[in-house]
Design a protein around this ligand. Structure first.
Ligand code: ARG
Length: 459
């Protein structure tokens, strides 16, 4: 393809290090689509004849059909998907194939193909995340009233509902989708026509190719268009953040599935056994989601490091942009699917959750609040009195609402019978009615709102 000024071919290792076909063959659909848009424009602008443009279009369709049927061969001599497609085209239609590369370079070609690929990847992730949100919403609705311990420092803090806890992840995923959407919007500009780096003297119509490929507009600066990969980094950063969220839920499932917690039983479909310990049901998928988040962050770091300090415009380092994006995407897609399956099919052991919430003196704050509200104590003093009640309950080995009234009044005579109304875990969660709070009423409102948003998306 570029042999004109060379007397000798490349060394075998040169070929190998130079070739991107083993991985960029994943871009074949985008490569064909961009070439079709380019040749239609060349034809319209009279840069190639209408007959040649038609022959090239038909030839590209035939190449695409071959790729679809047989996959893309990894021919190292042809370096990358762009040269591969052009060579296959030449086999089909002869020397006229050589006209396709008029007013174009592999530099604007790869930038265009890759933007198209990342755009598709974002659309896939968005659909999958929407499905994950649906699973969270459905399970949150099942458990809008199910009491569990809420933790800070992984110590029982205040009772919450499982529905509230699951809807917390729904919110994180909503923001992740927002980050992907903003990455998509920013990246949706067409580099085609930037050529190698400086643009071209041919009378091309960049608006036409941009529109044909579904971009919002052509990019505005040819040097920028062929040399930045921020659109790929935007994707990787959004993917990293999303993977971090999935990883936190995965970690909670791992903890909850352990015997000491016993908050959840994973379905058979989402557990694995041990080859030596017959009693085991291991949460491997959750552990792998937790592990994959590290690899996804590694992919993001890899591209950050590749791009750091590269002078304008294109450098071959940038060929290394694709493997981390492909890898991160595959891992993220698997992770979302796995978490969706686990959430949808898990059995939550609500009696264990309730017992744990009751065991941890998790209504101590409710007692302190009652002392402020009903007995007029300053919060600091109420905190102190409550601390003494907790200490007593601990000594007696009972829950707060099991401490007899005489014992409570011995600590502070301003306490009366009506305090028991706030000491149960149900009363505690029911009282947290502030906007965004854990009261079943508020959780149901959050679920209804989330459903409305999903319906607004046409889901
Ligand atoms: N395979 C190359 C890549 O992925 C395509 C661009 C090659 N451009 C060049 N000037 N050698 O980056």
């Amino acid at each position: 393809m570029w042999g004109g000024r060379f007397a000798e071919g490349p060394a075998a290792v040169m070929r190998e290090i130079n070739a991107s076909i083993p991985f960029d063959k994943r871009l074949w659909r985008q490569d064909v689509a961009a070439s079709l848009a380019h040749v239609a424009m060349l034809g319209q602008q009279g840069i190639v004849t209408t007959e040649d443009a038609a022959a090239i279009s038909a030839g590209l369709a035939a190449v695409a059909a071959d790729y679809e049927a047989n996959g893309v061969a990894e021919d190292m001599a042809l370096e990358d998907i762009h040269m591969q497609t052009e060579a296959r085209l030449a086999e089909k239609i002869g020397p006229v194939a050589g006209r396709l590369h008029t007013a174009r370079s592999r530099n604007d070609q790869v930038a265009t193909d890759f933007r198209l690929w990342v755009r598709d990847a974002i659309d896939q992730v968005d659909t999958a995340l929407g499905g994950f949100q649906d699973a969270l919403i459905a399970r949150a609705e099942d458990h809008a009233d199910s009491v569990m311990p809420g933790f800070t420092h992984l110590q029982s803090a205040q009772p919450v509902t499982l529905g509230h806890h699951l809807m917390a992840y729904h919110e994180m995923i909503a923001r992740d989708r927002d980050r992907f959407a903003s990455a998509r919007a920013r990246g949706n500009q067409c580099p085609l026509g930037s050529a190698a780096l400086a643009g071209t003297g041919f009378p091309i119509d960049r608006a036409m190719t941009a529109a044909a490929l579904g971009f919002d507009a052509p990019t505005r600066n040819s040097l920028d268009a062929v040399s930045d990969r921020d659109f790929a980094l935007d994707y990787l950063m959004a993917a990293t953040q999303c993977a971090l969220h999935l990883s936190r839920l995965a970690e909670e499932f791992i903890l909850w599935a352990s015997q000491p917690f016993g908050f959840v039983s994973l379905s058979d479909q989402w557990s694995t056994g041990s080859s030596i310990m017959p009693q085991k049901r291991n949460p491997d998928a959750a552990e792998l989601v937790r592990g994959h988040s590290g690899r996804i962050a590694g992919c993001m770091t890899a591209l950050v490091m590749t791009m750091k300090g590269l002078p304008l415009a294109y450098s071959k380092d940038m060929q290394d942009d694709k493997p981390p994006v492909f890898e991160a995407h595959d891992l993220l897609a698997l992770s979302i699917a796995a978490m969706t399956g686990m959430v949808a099919s898990a059995t939550f052991r609500t009696e264990r959750m309730r017992a744990a919430a009751e065991a941890g003196f998790s209504t101590a704050t409710d007692l302190a609040d009652w002392l402020v509200r009903e007995a007029g104590l300053p919060f600091r003093e109420a905190h102190h009195v409550t601390g003494r009640v907790v200490k007593l309950a601990e000594e007696r080995g009972t829950a707060l609402d099991q401490v007899p009234i005489d014992a409570l009044r011995a600590i502070d005579s301003r306490i009366d019978d009506s305090v028991y109304k706030v000491l149960s875990v149900d009363a505690s969660v029911a009282s947290r009615t502030s906007l965004g709070g854990t009261a079943p009423l508020q959780v149901r409102a959050a679920i209804a709102e989330a459903r409305r948003r999903r319906e607004g998306e046409g889901a």
